[in-house]
Ligand binder design. Structure first.
Ligand code: ADP
Length: 228
């Protein structure tokens, strides 16, 4: 119960910021900026749009979490071709990666056993991890995904050569709304919910997630999922 009301308080706080920004710039425009300078007005509208995008991301992530938490949340588990699903996620993230000169490499050996997973949820896990790897890696860096079998399970590692995570923050990054650098996350359209969604989905599959990272060098997120 306490946890629930904490969550509502956090959500309200997170929603308030973009709404306040949109309202503030809207009022400034109406108060005269609109008539004074087209260039300035345009800049203000761009800021309003970027905060509206952040609001949309927040609302989508909150809906995703609430669906995952619903008592009747059920997964449509099927034997899936993991490498095919990874290639699809890579394709979806290609534009984002290319815009930063980042290459996404896939290491997925032939003849891999199938994974027992929900296709849509597995895609969400891969997209969130890839999105973070790209967001928190400076231009020209490398992102890779490796798959290997490990004791009746499949291990997926998403690695990047990015800014890394200080060791003091590592134990907390799967918590809702926890960010190492709030400003940086916001700038990138982050909600602070991506990793808690990933962890939730992985646990619903009976899998595990862990992370190793070194500030300034990069991060590796490792997910294990059951074989079909
Ligand atoms: P956000 O929307 O802020 O990215 P997440 O829940 O996805 O939220 O991640 C929580 C925090 O963990 C991020 O704000 C960032 O500080 C850190 N983080 C996640 N992935 C990475 C990564 N690949 N490299 C560096 N930091 C990361």
């Amino acid at each position: 119960m306490l946890f629930r009301s904490d969550f509502v308080a956090n959500v309200s706080h997170e929603l308030r910021t973009p709404v306040a920004v949109i309202k503030g710039y809207g009022e400034t425009l109406l108060d005269g900026a609109l008539d004074e300078s087209a260039e300035r007005s345009r800049r203000f509208v761009e800021i309003m749009v970027s905060h509206a995008e952040r609001l949309t991301n927040l609302i989508n992530d909150i809906l995703t979490l609430s669906k995952l938490e619903a008592k009747d949340a059920s997964l449509a588990l099927h034997p899936l071709d993991l490498c095919g699903t990874i290639r699809k996620a890579q394709m979806l993230m290609e534009d984002h990666a290319r815009s930063k000169g980042i290459r996404i490499a896939i290491h997925c050996p032939d003849g891999m056993p199938r994974v027992l997973a929900d296709q849509g949820q597995l895609e969400q896990v891969l997209l969130n991890l890839l999105d973070n790897a790209i967001k928190y890696t400076p231009d020209g860096g490398d992102v890779s995904i490796c798959v290997e079998p490990s004791q009746g399970r499949l291990q997926i590692s998403v690695s990047d050569t990015g800014i890394g995570i200080p060791s003091k923050d590592l134990p907390r990054i799967f918590e809702r709304f926890y960010r190492v650098d709030e400003g940086r996350s916001r700038e990138q359209g982050g909600t602070g919910l991506g990793l808690s969604i990933v962890k939730h989905i992985v646990q619903l599959h009976g899998g595990e997630i862990s992370v190793t990272s070194e500030a300034g060098k990069g991060s590796v997120f490792t997910v294990t999922l059951p074989e079909a």
